[in-house]
Design a protein around this ligand. Structure first.
Ligand SMILES: [Zn+2]
Length: 486
């Protein structure tokens, strides 16, 4: 069974500056009083729609009503399974989950078994904790290609006064316990019985995680991913207007997928193998992002405004809901290019949907990702162990002419110029020219708004100039000036 996670996480700095709507998008609205009436559900549906909550959660028998009222809007229908005790058998839970999905649930909220723990028998809970700890460690070891591991052991149980939980945050729990308990640990994951009124499954800061009554590998890996400073793996969805679907990456465990981290995330953590940054039109081979592989694990294309990360997902990825499986294939995430022009993507690591794929986000052999007038990446071949991607520039528009200023000081030519206008592939380099001869090239890896150069030349009169070349190889017009060295 695959489960959905929500995290009301607060730490990753990339997520700090968010609009209120983006914030409620990370929260689900719970309607879980023991005798919910239909009218209450209808009111909650209207609220959830208005405030763009991620999901509305209630009992399985209310799923058909919720699914109908939430049709066509961005709020998911979520069913609580085995709420509130988490004591039924695995078979019963699986049956209840399958029923809820069949009736229209997009997400499931499955409760952990903590009755034994509350009854003073910690043995069962300890076994669960150790198993999930070991599974999560195995996940990080494999994901990092052996570069990182997170071995876990269990401390506790600890009984705390009720008030400690009122903040719904892991730091309050740590502060309420003796510090000596945690000295051997780099990170602490608190697993609590469900705390009523805390509107999330998990919460994380750089050293502490709180799992609110749910315990499974994907949730633990997601929240621990936040402690490693990863944000959410989101999707950029454009219908009439474009918006961010916070958990919309159906592959990464940092989104809505029960799969490996993606190439962008692994690169941010220093866990990725080699990267290809193509300069010329050519076919490149990629290994699976899940590894292990000796091939490059990402193809990265930078344009004037944006950066695109292509990766090959070697195997199919289930979602947490369990009703959909994303097939293997080539996926692309986009974000702003470092120091580039204003990008259409408001933040990094946004999965782009395959317009030809329907709900299949990856690109299959024969399909191409196209940025009109800039570049194209065609999937020539895709298999478990390797994929072949054909990269081509489509940019035929040369950069503009830079604005040039030239003067002489102490027998040298001093040039300064403003960055050339270039909206497609982006400026790759500037070339300085004296009397028709290229004398120096300046690579534009780190884009500047103003460039300067000092050049030597013999006494006398000279024609000096600068032109820009874009990444696609289009050479712009020369800006020139005449100067005299005395
Ligand atoms: Zn999260």
């Amino acid at each position: 069974m695959h489960l959905r996670i929500f995290g009301g996480t607060r730490t990753p700095t990339t997520e700090r500056a968010r609009r209120a709507e983006d914030l409620t998008k990370t929260l689900d609205l719970n309607v879980l009083s023991p005798d919910v009436a239909d009218a209450e559900i209808e009111r909650a549906c209207a609220d959830a729609r208005e405030h763009h909550f991620a999901a509305l959660c209630s009992y399985p028998h209310l799923v058909p009503l919720m699914a109908e009222r939430l049709r066509g809007c961005d709020v998911k229908t979520c069913a609580v399974i085995d709420f509130p005790d988490g004591t039924s058998s695995t078979a019963d839970r699986a049956h209840a989950a399958a029923m809820a999905v069949a009736e229209g649930a997009d997400e499931l909220d499955v409760v952990m078994n903590y009755r034994a723990m509350l009854a003073g028998d910690f043995r069962l809970a300890r076994d669960d904790l150790l198993r999930v700890g070991a599974e999560t460690n195995a996940f990080f070891r494999a994901s990092s290609g052996g570069r990182f591991s997170m071995p876990a052991s269990v401390a506790g149980p600890v009984q705390l006064p009720r008030e400690v939980f009122s903040n719904c945050d892991a730091t309050s729990l740590r502060v309420a316990m003796p510090a000596s308990m945690f000295t051997p640990y780099e990170r602490i994951t608190f697993v609590t019985p469900i705390v009523d009124g805390c509107p999330f499954f998990g919460e994380a800061n750089p050293t502490e995680v709180l799992l609110n009554g749910r315990l499974f590998r994907a949730l633990a890996a997601h929240e621990l991913g936040h402690t490693l400073s990863l944000g959410h793996a989101s999707r950029w969805t454009c219908n009439r207007r474009c918006s961010i679907e916070e958990y919309g990456n159906a592959f990464s465990v940092m989104g809505g997928g029960d799969g490996d981290l993606n190439a962008w995330e692994k690169s941010a953590l220093g866990w990725l193998g080699p990267i290809v940054r193509p300069r010329r039109n050519a076919t490149h081979e990629l290994g699976p992002v899940e590894g292990p592989t000796l091939l490059p694990q990402a193809l990265v294309v930078r344009t004037a405004a944006s950066e695109f990360w292509f990766e090959s997902r070697g195997s199919a990825t289930p979602s947490f809901v369990g009703d959909s499986v994303q097939p293997a294939g080539v996926t692309v995430v986009a974000g702003p290019a470092p120091g580039g022009e204003l990008s259409q993507y408001p933040r990094e690591n946004l999965l782009l949907a395959n317009p030809a794929g329907g709900a299949r986000f990856a690109y299959a052999p024969g399909e191409a990702f196209v940025r009109a007038g800039i570049f194209r990446v065609t999937v020539e071949r895709h298999a478990l162990q390797s994929a072949a991607l054909r990269f081509e520039w489509l940019d035929r528009v040369a950069p503009g002419r830079p604005r040039l200023r030239a003067r002489t000081t102490r027998g040298r030519i001093r040039l300064s110029w403003d960055a050339a206008r270039e909206r497609g592939s982006g400026v790759d380099s500037y070339t300085a020219v004296i009397d028709g001869r290229a004398v120096r090239t300046f690579r534009s890896d780190i884009p500047h708004t103003t460039w300067t150069a000092a050049l030597r030349a013999a006494r006398g009169s000279h024609r000096v100039g600068v032109y820009a070349t874009d990444r696609a190889g289009n050479r712009g017009r020369l800006a020139s000036a005449r100067i005299r060295i005395r």
